[in-house]
Write a protein of this length. Structure first.
Length: 464
């Protein structure tokens, strides 16, 4: 059934004594769009839109756009894997909002990164083949696949946000509406265009159908009419950024920790610090300490600034949600892509400034590619800093570090640490997952002992 008709049938099913077969028969002869206009958009019965689901695929979008597409708490999907596919000949996307005078520099830097990616991949495979001879009980094809995957784990540090990818998702039409509104209000032109295309797709019949003889009906036409840009989130960020520039004391500075764990005790200070986190470059611990020292009036002012553009239709900002534990990560972009897929936590990021350096995998140096790698990364970041933001962010390599805040309960911390520290995982997030356990043991010894994480020095390089 089309998503909106499915939502209508199931909503009616909950409100009448009829069987589901009778409810479906009713929907065949009644207007689902009129029903949704009244009950979803006018009366605010938002849960109705959770009853219809749509499959949407985004093809040839940038890795940056893919990460933003996936940034819905209630989201199911898959993206093209950088661990199992060769991106050396994939080309890259030039951001549509990049001015003409910057495109030549951008393309030169992108081509240099992909060329280095291909070379590092070849050198890593050769090094691994010499170091890890094929076991007698392993088939040659399986051996080659494992070596290739391990080499891609290293080479992917030279991929960057502008590399194209594909994403397939299954979401409710309620989530789809939120996604469209959020994309339409993005700072990135590519994402604003995607939001418009997604709304147009909802108003049209599906592009791909299982039964070509079935009547073609629009996917979610009512949603398409109401999916205006999420101006509240955009304005709140701008207002908070201005407030932070005018009111925060000078930054403390210092070398950032890769993983820092807090258990905020002051709820209002926690919310104020979280609101300011995404519009500054400061560690969460510093912001929380500042907010704890403020008066009630000062903290209230931050929250009022964040909420003054909110309308009846807007949900409260995610910064007002959270869990008892706050993990502040300074991690490479490649690792963040994997960790951001965890849904049972609140996630926040700072701007992709490219000012926190980059990581160099040990195998890069061991394979004799250290100088090539360093030259490519340094040149890409230098070019990025010359180009105007936000288009310049597309040049940020996966090996570059950025700052992310994850707020969660203990169960989610245990799950992420256990899952992501396993020997099958990528070494970068394995190390982070292990540090999550170490930090929890220091903060909460009674709970930290329950986290069954695998130390990063336990390896099985031919196991996937």
């Amino acid at each position: 059934m089309p998503p909106e008709k499915s939502a209508y049938a199931l909503a009616r099913y909950s409100r009448s004594p009829d069987s589901i077969r009778d409810s479906i028969a009713w929907v065949r002869t009644h207007d689902s769009q009129k029903f949704l206009e009244s009950f979803y958009f006018q009366y605010g019965h938002a849960s109705i839109a959770d009853l219809g689901h749509a499959v949407v695929c985004f093809e040839g979008i940038s890795e940056l756009a893919a990460t933003e597409v996936e940034a819905e708490p209630l989201w199911d999907g898959q993206a093209k894997s950088s661990r199992y596919q060769d991106f050396s000949k994939s080309g890259f996307i030039t951001p549509p909002d990049l001015a003409e005078d910057g495109k030549a520099d951008y393309r030169a830097a992108g081509e240099a990164l992909l060329a280095a990616y291909g070379t590092v991949n070849e050198l890593a495979v050769a090094c691994l083949r010499e170091r890890l001879p094929r076991p007698e009980d392993m088939k040659p094809d399986a051996y080659q696949r494992n070596l290739a995957a391990r080499a891609f784990d290293v080479a992917r540090y030279l991929l960057f946000w502008g590399v194209p990818t594909n994403v397939g998702q299954v979401t409710s039409i309620r989530t789809l509406e939120k996604q469209v509104r959020r994309l339409k209000a993005s700072d990135y032109a590519e994402l604003r265009e995607l939001g418009d295309e997604l709304a147009q797709a909802c108003a049209a019949a599906p592009d791909c159908v299982w039964d070509s003889s079935a009547a073609a009906e629009p996917l979610a036409p009512t949603l398409a009419r109401h999916a205006d840009p999420d101006e509240h989130t955009r304005r709140a960020r701008a207002d908070l950024r201005q407030w932070a520039d005018q009111n925060l004391p000078p930054a403390a500075g210092g070398c950032p920790e890769r993983v820092d764990l807090l258990r905020p005790a002051e709820t209002a200070a926690d919310i104020a610090a979280t609101l300011l986190y995404s519009v500054t470059t400061r560690p969460f611990r510093e912001l929380y300490g500042i907010a704890c020292g403020w008066s009630e009036r000062m903290r209230a002012e931050v929250m009022d600034v964040a909420l003054r553009s909110r309308t009846r239709r807007d949900e409260i900002l995610a910064a007002f949600r959270g869990g008892p534990y706050a993990y502040d990560f300074v991690i490479d972009i490649g690792a963040s892509r994997d960790l951001l897929r965890h849904r049972r936590c609140q996630k926040f990021r700072q701007d992709y400034a490219g000012n926190l350096g980059y990581d160099t995998p040990k195998l890069v140096t061991e394979a004799g590619a250290g100088e090539l790698y360093e030259r490519a990364m340094t040149a890409a970041l230098e070019t990025m800093h010359r180009l105007p933001a936000p288009a310049a962010h597309y040049l940020l390599p996966f090996g570059a570090r950025s700052r992310f805040l994850f707020k969660m309960d203990f169960a989610e911390a245990e799950y992420i640490s256990r899952l992501r520290s396993g020997v099958k995982g990528h070494f970068s997030y394995r190390e982070i997952a292990w540090e999550m356990k170490v930090k929890m043991e220091a903060l909460e010894p009674e709970l930290g002992r329950l986290m069954e994480a695998t130390p990063p020095w336990v390896e099985d390089p031919l196991r996937r």
